[in-house]
Write a new protein. Structure first.
Length: 238
């Protein structure tokens, strides 16, 4: 069921607090010279200590040039100044999921190339949030999210633009299949009050093969939306 009760929304919000703990630990420990696996281990430990169920998902990649999506296999290498960490972090509380994508620049502020990607992905997020309301069709929402990325001459997600989240990590309302992929008409879903949605827009430069994604988790309200996260949506640096 896509629409959540107040109790379910609170459980998802708690799962998100747990996930935010992992982000804060990542920023604290992702310093030049620290092994990638050590950072991942500290993040996982923080989530369990904060009350996460054991159904944790943590994908992470760190390099001067980030891949299109974060990886499941963590390298043995130590972090270096100028690395950018992309990630997909999902906490779980009493069976309910929350997720974050929180890029981090290691040892210095992100450079112009990455800030361009960040600005475009953030514009995509804000374009979706600006029109969010009950009754909106997900085809229209997906087009709004894609437009800033397309207009910048960049590629969009290798993952959904947005998805519902609750007892599973991906449920309705789901970014419609076919949007930006060609072939056939995408099938939309009307948004309803009480739906919980994770936006996860990305910007990817095919020329440099460098990408970045960010996220915001919200609940649909009668007037639009309410964010569930406490941390700001920002490009962090260590």
């Amino acid at each position: 069921m896509a629409v959540k009760s107040a109790e379910e929304i609170q459980a998802i919000a708690t799962a998100l607090r747990i996930t935010e703990q992992a982000v804060e630990v990542m920023v604290q420990h992702a310093k030049p010279g620290v092994r990638v696996r050590e950072v991942v281990g500290r993040m996982l430990g923080a989530m369990v200590s904060a009350g996460s169920d054991l159904g944790i998902q943590l994908l992470l990649s760190a390099a001067p040039r980030t891949p299109r999506v974060a990886g499941r296999i963590f390298p043995e290498r130590a972090l270096q100044t100028g690395d950018v960490i992309i990630n997909e972090i999902a906490g779980k509380y009493i069976g309910y999921h929350a997720q974050m994508h929180a890029p981090v620049s290691v040892g210095k502020k992100p450079g112009p190339e990455y800030m361009r990607l960040w600005d475009v992905a953030l514009a995509a997020l804000n374009a979706g949030l600006a029109i969010l309301r009950p009754g909106l069709d997900t085809v229209e929402l997906a087009e709004a999210v894609r437009r800033p990325v397309r207009d910048a001459g960049l590629a969009a997600n290798a993952m959904p633009l947005f998805k519902g989240m609750g007892v599973t990590i991906a449920e309705q309302p789901y970014s419609p299949h076919g949007v930006g992929r060609g072939g056939g008409l995408p099938q939309g879903t009307k948004l309803q009050e009480g739906m919980v949605i994770l936006f996860e827009p990305a910007a990817y430069d095919e020329r440099t093969q460098t990408g970045l994604h960010l996220s915001e988790q919200i609940v649909v309200t009668p007037d639009g939306y309410r964010r569930l996260g406490k941390l700001p949506v920002e490009f962090r640096s260590t």
